[in-house]
Design a protein around this ligand. Sequence first.
Ligand code: ADP
Ligand code: MG
Length: 228
Amino acid sequence: MLQVSNVTKRYAKTLANDAVSLTAESGKITVMLGPNGAGKSTLIKCIAGLLRFEGEVIIGGYGNKTLEAKRLLGYVPEIPAVYDLLTVREHLEFMRRAYRIPLNPEQDQARLERFELWEHKDKVGKELSKGMQQKVSILCALTHDPKLIIFDEPLVGLDPHAIKELKAWFGELRAEGCALLISTHMIESVENLWDTAHILMRGKVAASVDAADQASLAEKFFAITEGA
Ligand code: ADP
Ligand code: MG
């Protein structure tokens, strides 16, 4: 579903992504693991079409800047961006209108209830806590039923209930055939979730491992990041 080929991104003197190639397949959870500053968020912004870069990103067979690719993609940024003056419920309605898909208040309500946001449905963006904003941001990214969903550090700032729900949701999305790409610097947060992991170090993919061949991601991660 996602093919990243030779993506290089430089900010002035910093080489944030150095010829990165990786894939994320449908029906799999692909994890991008790396310490702070490894280049995860930069790569995600390149994939989402928010940055200029060298190289190629293909989503479902389409170049990442095309409308077709954008329809397939859901993106949860590291820092949630909600609309100050839209209510929680209006955020989901807005996403449906933006993607020109039918309104579905029942589904919106069920999803808001799942994240314990229904009781806050009439609060506007600027009245929400950081964690609530993060949950709204996740629901916005899922509204148009994307086939590739990229989560940048999705568990940071969430309460334990939301973490449990989101992890269960990851599994459901995988079962529905979505490709998930999840970036994190916290190995334990994805230890029982991942199918494939790409370990990013200083802008490069240091290793790609498959859960079928490697029982513990932590073991592999430390062997690479500390052993090198
Ligand atoms: P990660 O998400 O893995 O923590 P980032 O992609 O945010 O890493 O950052 C990779 C590198 O690029 C870091 O050295 C960071 O300081 C640098 N960087 C990130 N964003 C910018 C920016 N807007 N301008 C300049 N340098 C940046
Ligand atoms: Mg980051």
